[in-house]
Design a protein around this ligand. Structure first.
Ligand SMILES: NC(=O)c1ccc[n+]([C@@H]2O[C@H](COP(=O)([O-])OP(=O)(O)OC[C@H]3O[C@@H](n4cnc5c(N)ncnc54)[C@H](O)[C@@H]3O)[C@@H](O)[C@H]2O)c1
Length: 374
């Protein structure tokens, strides 16, 4: 079993550490720029808290789980790869496609695994949707819409500054969920166009520790993209931190024989619905896979199995690089008023075997699998 070191002990680290424990994946140490935060998370999970440098030098650690803020993702990932560790990082993989590409090359050249969030596409909803699509229930895909309408996270997040700095904004923060889901379903994107605006120049923090504090907005907060997929389908993606209310669906895929409705890709479960041509109502598709609860860290379990079994992992650096390239291109298009071609072409990630669930994963991780393996 690979041993994990976690760098970044903020809000999201708790659910990761809970899930790694539930999967039986050992965490050898945690670290944070803020030693108190590391000490407190370490004490909560009975794991040693180390300075980041010591964690990176620890020969007992095989894989670094990078849960820092976006602007630190590439630097921490690079450092971990240079020290010979596999890396799974929170999204986005990097702030630019050039930086993301460099990380992918470094990992490949070093024979190390690189992966990135989100891993929600490994959840029951998006795996079920993929099965419905691949089995031809809606025919050939024609197009997709994806909408993430919100008013931003500053009302609840204790340190929301990064959401409004480079690497944040609704596209870089939430876009990875939607774009990863779309690429998982429809394959890679070949060309994009975009428009973007910044509606409010400051935001007011709502959480008690910094209540009422104003923070500057340095990135566009209402971003729209047109996507042309390599397979021929086209799509529309809107991500916003400026919208108070919306009734738009999350993701819909339109096919020659019907429509597939996919729930929020920020979660792992939810009802997948399909309505074929001629049907007078939508049908709920029962979940065909496990992992309907918050299982952030599932991709770390998959990577761990992939390393042991010598197969490729699912939430790859290639996929995350593509997502960063698409997001960057939407912003470039918005600034320059032209379509932007996408160079990267990751393959669609391999789906889970039919019916794969948490019990099967845990047996797999223990090497006791009697069922289909991941
Ligand atoms: N909060 C959520 O609901 C949520 C959900 C999904 C994904 N994420 C992603 O997870 C990441 C972390 O989010 P969060 O909400 O936990 O943020 P956070 O601000 O609560 O925690 C980030 C932690 O990283 C530490 N850090 C920053 N730079 C560092 C460095 N160079 N070295 C070591 N530690 C460093 C900070 O001190 C902080 O403790 C972000 O990329 C975010 O997009 C967050």
């Amino acid at each position: 079993m690979i041993r994990v070191g976690v760098i970044g002990c903020g809000v999201i680290s708790e659910v990761y550490l809970n899930n790694l424990r539930a999967f039986g994946i050992p965490v050898a140490a945690v670290a944070d720029l803020d030693p108190e935060r590391a000490a407190s998370r370490g004490a909560q999970f009975q794991v040693p808290a180390l300075p980041t440098d010591e964690l990176l030098a620890d020969p007992e650690i095989d894989l670094v789980l990078n849960l820092t803020v976006p602007k630190a993702h590439a630097e921490i990932a690079r450092e971990a790869l240079v020290r010979g560790k596999h890396v799974h990082t929170e999204k986005p993989l990097a702030l630019t496609a050039a930086e993301a590409k460099e990380l992918v090359h470094l990992a490949n050249a070093s024979g190390l695994r690189l992966g990135s969030a989100p891993d929600t596409f490994l959840g029951s909803h998006l795996q079920t949707a993929r099965k419905v699509l691949d089995d031809g229930w809606i025919g050939e895909p024609i197009g997709a819409t994806a909408f993430m309408m919100s008013h931003g996270p500053e009302r609840w997040h204790p340190q929301p500054d990064f959401f409004y700095q480079a690497g944040g904004g609704p596209l870089f923060d939430m876009g990875p969920y939607y774009l990863t889901a779309l690429v998982h379903l429809l394959g890679p994107v070949r060309r994009v166009a975009g428009s973007a605006q910044t509606t409010f120049s400051t935001r007011v923090i709502g959480s008690p520790n910094r209540f009422g504090e104003c923070i500057p907005v340095e990135v566009p907060t209402h971003v729209q993209g047109l996507l042309e997929f390599d397979g021929g389908a086209t799509g529309v993606l809107i991500t916003s931190f400026d919208v108070w209310h919306s009734e738009l669906p999350r993701i819909e895929i339109y096919g020659t024989e019907g429509t597939l409705a996919v729930p929020d890709p920020n979660f792992f479960g939810g009802s997948v619905r399909v309505r074929r041509r001629g049907a007078d109502a939508w049908s709920d598709v029962p979940p065909l896979f496990g992992f309907s609860e918050n299982r952030r860290g599932l991709a770390v379990a998959d990577m761990s199995l992939a390393i042991r079994d010598g197969r490729s992992h699912r939430a790859t650096g290639d996929l995350a690089l593509h997502v960063v390239e698409v997001m960057e291109a939407i912003h470039i298009s918005a600034r320059e008023g032209r379509h932007v071609e996408i160079a990267s072409r990751p393959s669609r990630p391999e789906p889970w075997p039919m019916g794969y669930d948490e019990a099967a994963l845990i047996l797999d991780l223990r090497g006791e699998s009697g069922r289909d393996r991941a």
